[in-house]
Design a protein around this ligand. Structure first.
Ligand code: NAD
Length: 476
């Protein structure tokens, strides 16, 4: 065991040193040269054989239906590739900024330089896109990358390893499969940037390790994302979208609605409508949800047991199952489940659920909603279903969240023009599009003196210089 760990560390050290050297070369690459690699990833994913191989890997890991593999894994990667292709040249250009009068005679610009050697640690729930998208942005920004996919989704990690090894030399992008010992050995290295996606608990370990080298971090974390359904919401369409959002990937999505706060006048109708939609999506032939090819599974026994424990704890403390509740441990199957009569003493109202279980809490007034959300750490996403502009504004202005979607669910990662990321417990830093490019770059401020100087305020000082200094600050 000890010698294995020594081998891992030696291998990581060797690749890290190679990448440090190579980072000095590739910092000078042009957009065209960087895009050649991005296009190779695209070509790889346009090959139907590779799509099939990924579908098989993800079926083994998550029983993910092929439509979802394309819609939520390959598709978002391809969309980000198009966005990078369209914008990289522009992003890489030095960006002129304005000059205050007191700085007359100078001009200033931001120069984007690659950070250097970067580390990407990814989770298992969207194991392909959450590994590859940050890798693409790191490469686009001119960095070398050491990639650690999640060991929990081992088949997908194998696919990623094969793909990246085929496209990149290890001195540019290298994959390290493995669990905690591998992650720990990687985190010991003095990276120039770490991009971590995962739980807040491990995010703290990553940030602590990064602090040893004052490495910058992007932490894409999770938490409890609330869905507010106020009395003006369009109930049937909200319930349909909510049922989809909570069932997609079996509820194992960082931005899945975690719990619902519904106006008391709509609670019963909401429960009924969710039941109707579960039947429509997954039980149209009346064979039961478990027989549906379109419904995934919980990733492993540990998470199955954890979610089962949350349900049991809630029921022991007075919650009732209003929809679903069917479970099969051998199959890691939990049907879409709605819990009512939940209260704050239950763990399910504090721990991120990360499964197809939806606690519903009813409210009487807006202030109550803000209180319930405010008692918890700031969420990654906050959903509002409402036809009232003033209510929507009230909820946005009196809560904090990484992002918000109004009258729909998920979507938060779909527009690369928007920053994606959490706030405090749900994350640090923003990703996608230009935000990711900037995240993987050092924004270097450059000031050039063209004429004049600040000579007039140099010592020896006198009253005239004091007047001049005060004047200069009046102009800034
Ligand atoms: P996790 O934190 O358990 O694991 C994430 C990664 O960290 C894995 O690669 C794992 O091997 C590694 N890791 C585990 N222990 C480690 C340690 N001691 N030191 C260093 N690395 C270690 O998360 P998970 O279970 O894979 O994913 C679920 C979590 O991720 C949820 O909280 C979810 O909300 C969050 N998530 C966030 C986003 C986002 O974009 N914000 C996306 C997906 C998932």
């Amino acid at each position: 065991m000890i010698s294995t760990n020594v081998n891992i560390e030696e291998n990581i050290n060797a690749v890290f040193e190679m990448q440090q050297q190579y980072a000095k070369d590739i910092r000078h690459t042009t957009a065209k040269e960087r895009l050649e690699y991005i296009k190779k990833v695209e070509a790889y994913l346009r090959d139907e054989n590779n799509v099939k191989a990924l579908e098989e890997a993800m079926s083994k890991d998550l029983r993910k239906p092929p439509v979802e593999v394309y819609a939520t894994e390959i598709g978002p990667v391809l969309a980000n590739i198009q966005y990078i292709k369209k914008n990289l040249k522009k992003w890489m250009r030095d960006k002129k900024v304005s000059t205050p009068i007191a700085m007359a005679g100078t001009s200033s610009y931001i120069h984007y330089e690659p950070k250097g050697v970067t580390l990407i640690i990814a989770p298992w729930n969207y194991p392909f896109m959450l590994t590859i998208i940050p890798t693409l942005y790191a490469v686009a920004a001119g960095n070398t990358v050491m990639v650690k996919p999640s060991e929990v989704s081992g088949h997908t990690a194998g696919f990623i390893h094969k793909m990246l090894d085929k496209i990149f030399d290890k001195k540019h992008v290298a994959v390290f499969e493995g669990d905690v010992p591998v992650a720990t050995a990687l985190l010991a290295m003095p990276f120039n940037h770490i991009h971590f996606t995962g739980s807040p608990a491990i995010g703290k370990i990553v940030m602590k390790a990064a602090s040893q080298h004052l490495t910058s971090v992007t932490l894409e974390l999770g938490g409890k994302s609330p869905a507010i359904i106020d009395k003006t919401a369009h109930l049937s369409s909200t319930a349909e979208k909510l049922t989809w959002a909570k069932s997609l990937n079996n509820g194992q999505t960082c931005i899945a609605p975690d719990y619902v706060l519904v106006h008391e006048s709509l609670k019963d109708q909401l429960v009924e409508a969710v039941q109707k939609n579960v039947n429509k999506f997954f039980n149209a032939k009346n064979k039961g949800v478990q027989a549906s090819p379109d419904y995934g599974r919980i990733i492993n026994e540990r998470h199955y047991g954890r979610i089962n424990g949350l349900i049991e704890d809630a029921i022991n403390k007075g919650a009732n199952i209003a929809v679903g509740g069917e479970m099969d441990a051998a199959d890691k199957f939990i049907s879409p489940t709605v819990l009512v009569d939940v209260n704050d003493s239950m763990e399910i109202m504090h721990e991120e659920i990360f499964g197809p279980v939806l606690p519903i809490v009813s409210f009487k007034n807006k202030e109550e909603v803000v209180d319930i959300i405010g008692q918890r750490p700031k969420p990654l996403a906050l959903y509002i279903a409402s036809k009232s502009k003033s209510d929507t504004d009230y909820f946005i202005q009196n809560t904090s969240a990484g992002g918000t979607v109004i009258n729909d669910f998920m979507l938060g990662t779909s527009n690369p023009s928007l920053p994606f990321g959490g706030v405090n417990n749900s994350g640090i830093g923003k990703s996608l599009g230009h935000h990711s490019f900037v995240d993987f770059s050092n924004e270097r401020g450059v000031i050039k003196r063209n004429w004049a100087s600040l000579k007039i305020i140099f010592p020896p000082y006198n009253d005239g210089i004091m007047t001049m200094v005060k004047q200069l600050y009046k102009w800034t």
